[in-house]
Design a protein around this ligand. Structure first.
Ligand code: UDP
Length: 339
């Protein structure tokens, strides 16, 4: 009986296995997506210029024969051979990183995304683009449905990211409409978990690092602004489901449980047991006041639903942040947003 089962399993794997290209593979989401695709039996070619990603995120794949890594800036044309699927995840993504790398962010959303689309077009590969809730800007509609066009300041400090991602959505739809590329668009809401860079300035990484170090937690503004935090395993599950679907219009993938930033700080204190104080700093320009995904489309079209609540996800992230503390390059960077 046993020997009769083995060929069936192998046959199924061969039928389903694909070669995927992931841009931004050394990043937080790109590296988790790489792991998920490898676990599903696929082969992955990862590309990253390491401007914000880290090879540390891929270190465990050093001897994985189904994974190859190319250090390359996708803003220059590239071709790493035939692929069946392109996942376009390359971009600085934390407000601190894209403020520091403004021109690079605009370039990767335009020239870089176009080069990735050209690869998909050349090989008739399917394409999934990582877009963002930032397309909604400081939203006047709440929660945000995919048909809301957004409230974005086109010249403010966040515009380098928001407009890059809005342009790339237009580019993806144009390749779909005019060049018949089989595209998908995911609008990603705040996501957290292991491999979020400890010093990238985002709220969950800042709060966890501050709490673990016994420092004050820095809440910007009065902390009444809201975000909805999705644990990384739920987010990746949403990407995979979308990759298998035939949906070309944008889909929100995010956890609809909305938290004020002040409540989030208190949750971090509960989970870590830290006795840190909460201190208030000035609110960055154009910081969205509210953000919550309407995930009706994801539920209906993908059967997707996040499973991990914030406190559970924070607990699951603790070990990673503890071990990254030692390698924090520069604690001064954490203070940047306070200035
Ligand atoms: N924030 C904060 N303290 C921090 C870092 C961020 O209060 O140390 C706030 C920030 O002003 C924003 C929210 O937390 O209102 C989420 O910020 P993040 O940089 O994580 O991502 P965003 O959702 O703004 O892109």
């Amino acid at each position: 009986m046993k020997s009769a089962h083995i060929p069936i399993l192998i046959f199924r794997d061969i039928l389903q296995a694909m070669r995927a290209l992931i841009t931004g593979a050394a990043g937080f989401l790109g590296s988790h997506l790489t792991d998920a695709l490898l676990a599903d039996g696929h082969t992955v070619a990862g590309v990253d210029n390491l401007c914000t990603g880290s090879l540390q995120n891929l270190k465990h794949l050093q001897s994985e024969p189904r994974f190859e890594f190319h250090e390359h800036d996708i803003c220059s044309p590239f071709d790493f051979g035939k692929v069946d699927f392109v996942f376009n995840f390359a971009s600085p993504a934390s407000p601190e990183d894209y403020s520091r790398l403004g021109i690079e962010t605009l370039e990767v959303g335009s020239a870089g995304t176009r080069n990735a689309l050209d690869v998909a077009h050349r090989y008739q590969a399917r394409f999934l683009h990582a877009s963002t809730s930032e397309c909604y800007g400081d939203p006047a509609v709440h929660p945000q449905t995919e048909d809301y066009w957004g409230n974005v300041n086109p010249v403010g400090p966040r515009s380098v990211y928001d407009e890059a991602k809005r342009f790339s959505e237009a580019l993806v739809m144009a390749y779909h409409r005019y060049r018949k590329v089989d595209t998908r668009l995911v609008r990603i809401f705040n996501t957290y978990g292991p491999r979020l860079q400890a010093n990238d300035g985002r709220v969950i990484s800042n709060f966890l690092v501050q709490a673990l170090q016994g420092h004050d937690l820095t809440v910007y503004g009065d902390g009444s602004q809201t975000r909805s935090f999705c644990y990384v395993s739920d987010e990746i599950d949403g990407f995979l489901r979308l990759s298998r679907s035939e949906e070309h219009l944008p889909i929100n993938i995010g956890n609809p449980n909305e938290w004020t930033i002040l409540d989030c700080a208190q949750a971090v204190l509960r989970v870590t047991g830290a006795k840190s104080k909460i201190v208030f700093k000035s609110l960055p320009v154009d910081d969205p006041m509210q953000r919550q995904p309407d995930i009706t489309r994801a539920r209906q079209l993908l059967g997707w639903e996040p499973k991990v609540d914030l406190e559970t996800g924070l607990k699951l992230s603790l070990d990673y942040f503890r071990s990254s503390l030692a390698s924090l390059a520069s604690p001064a960077k954490l203070a940047l947003a306070d200035e």
